[in-house]
Design a protein around this ligand. Structure first.
Ligand code: MN
Length: 709
């Protein structure tokens, strides 16, 4: 029984033989394959691999790996051409015109990924790089070509000098092998891991390799004598047609297991797993039952990845049993389809259908979709779907600093978000941005793979308009903080100016004025006074009045701590106006809008103008507690069925309810209807409600309500 080691020298085929094999495998597309072969021979003719071989050998081997994965011929052609944009004077357009748009786009995608510089392989960053690669590729076939490229480079790594070898091996182990794993392409994952293992940890690799080759012979003999015959027998009795095979665990995973479980190689029991491939899902479970009948299952070692697939959609039943002589043997039971998927993962989707004469034309991810549909009945389809989405349809963008560092931002992020992410000062002074060397507007939406350079100027200050497009909280709070600071400075200056004017009017020195003020007004320091004056919370005329008369301002109204609600109450020192648009009355929920130097305007919560102000100048709007005494004018609108005397009936009702009419306007329409607007005065909201209710009772009134704008 031949157990083929993946690391055994792979029989070198002559280049022409490889092309012929490819053409034979894809007869419907052999013209494109030969044409691509001719083109790469011409364009790469002066290039050699580090091994001294012609460069074309790399390209053919990559194409062969793709063909062995049963990828469609478009991917195989793209595999032949995958280095042509980067390494030769060939344009996207030329590839497109010769081989079609799909091939050109795959090649372009591979070229893009090739330009990503991985700067460190620490776990967190590595995960981001993996996501970046998947996000960069519009078509998952780009990633598969890249994996094939990497696999062949790993196979020929020995020709490179040591440092480069280690860097590539490390990158492979932390970035590319996990991607292969995620896409379920077991064949590639296994080879990438073992090849990296060999270069990164040569001593350990050698130890594991030796151990496996020594124990395999015994293990194989044991399986052949005690296990396989029994299994065959029970399967035959049950009338189940199955393929039984076994192969060793790959070396890297064995080594990982000894580390993870802190055990010796001798204690790893599943070096050789027995695989049983059957025709149907039901048979998987039947076989499981039969095996558990023959051998004693080890408790806790049964895993049903059929009803609960792994995140990479791997499906199989796993069980470990105790066979003769107390040896542990692991079984993997699966259908042919599951087996194909386990070996080739996402690549199984492109599996070339022989005899159809047509290439399978895949829609990206439709494989995932159909698979997800198939497992809808499983226990956690939602979770699985979510996982796939998170993994493959990332909601993040991955961008680079000019130094090549990778930053992760939420999708929709702009250069301003990027700038604030780097540093608040960079954000505060950014004037422009270059993306991939080209100037872009500051509201440009960054895309994965973009390299972003921020242009700053010490003169530049944040623009409140940026708040309309930034998406990160860091940028938002940075801009808002700056606006607040700016506002504060403006208020201080305005306050100083007002004090100076008062001082001139009263012919006092600054110190004399302050002394006088302190007798009448309580304030912590001059700054507080300036801010109150500048913001309009304290009006200049009020202050003049206080200084020239005997009246006393109890204290400067201030932002009450905690609630964020400014209490205007009955403090007459506050300069405020009631907004003409919505005309709030006491009892309404109201907001104050600061108009610098001119006090506060109070709007009712539902007012359309207020909504506009809140959206555009959030820093100027704050909640206000407002409960003044007096009478307040507001507006109501009454829809009526017109009849003689209705206007006088309504006005009487208003008067009867202790309200005055300041203005009224009636507009009659056709069909005997009319609209009447009144400006009336009321004490507060409940008074207004009472008036409205009374009007509604008037005969012929269809509706009566308050008018806000
Ligand atoms: Mn390559």
């Amino acid at each position: 029984m031949a157990i083929i080691f993946i690391l055994m020298a792979i029989k070198e085929l002559k280049l022409d033989e490889i092309v012929d094999q490819l053409a034979k495998k894809y007869p419907h597309d052999k013209d494109r394959i030969y044409q691509a072969f001719e083109l790469i021979q011409e364009r790469h003719r002066d290039q050699k691999r580090a091994s001294g071989e012609p460069y074309v050998s790399h390209l053919l081997n990559v194409a062969k790996i793709l063909a062995d994965l049963n990828m469609d011929s478009t991917t195989v052609v793209a595999g032949l051409l995958h280095d042509i944009l980067e390494d030769t004077e060939t344009s996207f357009e030329e590839i497109e015109s010769l081989f079609g748009r799909e091939v050109a786009e795959i090649v372009e995608g591979v070229t893009k990924i090739g330009k990503i510089r991985f700067r460190n392989f620490k776990e967190a960053q590595a995960e981001n790089f993996r996501k970046l690669i998947i996000a960069t590729a519009n078509d998952i076939r780009v990633v598969i070509v890249k994996l094939a490229d990497r696999l062949h480079n790993m196979r020929t790594l020995s020709h490179l000098r040591r440092e480069k070898r280690l860097r590539i091996a490390e990158e492979t182990l932390s970035i590319y092998a996990p991607i292969a794993h995620r896409l379920g392409i077991w064949e590639i994952k296994r080879d990438l891991e073992d090849l990296s293992f060999r270069h990164l940890y040569p001593k350990e690799f050698e130890k594991v390799r030796k151990f496996v080759s020594q124990s395999l012979e015994d293990l194989e003999a044991y399986l052949k004598k005690f296990v396989i015959p029994k299994v065959r027998e029970v399967l035959k009795e049950a009338g189940i047609d199955a393929e039984i095979s076994y192969r060793p665990k790959h070396l890297y995973s064995l080594w990982q297991k000894t580390i993870r479980k802190n055990i010796n190689l001798e204690d790893v029991h599943d070096i050789l797993g027995v695989r049983i491939v059957v025709d149907s899902l039901q048979e998987c479970y039947v076989v499981l039952g039969l095996i558990h009948n023959v051998f004693k299952p080890v408790p806790g070692k049964f895993k049903d990845y059929i009803s609960l697939p792994k995140p990479n959609l791997y499906q199989s039943l796993h069980t470990t049993v105790m066979a003769d002589k107390g040896k542990l043997v692991e079984f993997q039971i699966r259908t042919r389809e599951m087996h194909l998927r386990a070996e080739k993962g996402i690549a199984a989707h492109w599996a070339y259908k022989e005899g159809t004469g047509k290439a399978d034309k895949p829609e990206v991810f439709s494989w995932l979709r159909s698979l997800v549909e198939n497992i809808q009945g499983s226990r956690n389809p939602g979770e699985l779907l979510d996982h796939i989405k998170r993994e493959l349809f990332s909601e993040e963008v991955f961008v680079f600093t000019p130094a090549g560092d990778l930053l992760v931002l939420p999708s929709g992020a702009t250069p301003v978000d990027f700038a604030y992410h780097i540093h608040t000062e960079v954000g505060n002074h950014c004037v422009g941005a270059k993306v991939n060397g080209r100037i872009v507007p500051l509201n440009y939406r960054l895309r994965s793979g973009d390299q972003v350079e921020i242009i700053t100027s010490t003169q530049k200050k944040p623009n409140p308009q940026w708040l309309k497009f930034v998406v990160t909280s860091k940028a938002k709070s940075g801009i808002k903080q700056y606006i607040k600071k700016l506002e504060r400075e403006r208020f201080l200056n305005e306050g100083r100016r007002i004090i100076e004017r008062i001082r001139e009017n009263l012919h006092l020195t600054h110190n004399e004025l302050m002394e006088k003020l302190r007798e009448k007004v309580r304030f912590k320091d001059e700054e507080e006074l300036y801010l109150a004056l500048g913001s309009g919370r304290l009006s200049a005329s009020r202050l003049m009045g206080v200084l020239t008369q005997k009246k006393k301002v109890r204290r400067i109204p201030s932002h009450s701590k905690g609630s964020g609600v400014v209490s205007l109450g009955d403090l007459d020192s506050v300069m405020y106006e009631v907004a003409g648009c919505c005309r709030p009355v006491p009892g309404d929920e109201v907001y104050g809008v600061v108009r610098s130097g001119r006090g506060i305007v109070i709007h009712e919560k539902g007012c359309a103008n207020l909504r506009y102000l809140r959206e555009n100048f959030p820093e100027k709007v704050f909640k206000v507690r407002w409960s003044p005494q007096g009478r307040f004018r507001t507006r109501i609108r009454v829809h009526v069925k017109d009849r003689i005397g209705i206007l006088s009936d309504i006005t009487r009702k208003i008067a009867d309810n202790d309200s005055n009419i300041w203005e009224s306007y009636t507009k009659a329409s056709a069909e005997g209807k009319a609209v009447m607007d009144f400006t009336i005065d009321v004490i507060d909201k409940s008074h207004l409600r009472k008036v409205i209710k009374a009007i509604r009772d008037v005969e012929g009134v269809r509706s009566c309500s308050r008018v806000y704008t």
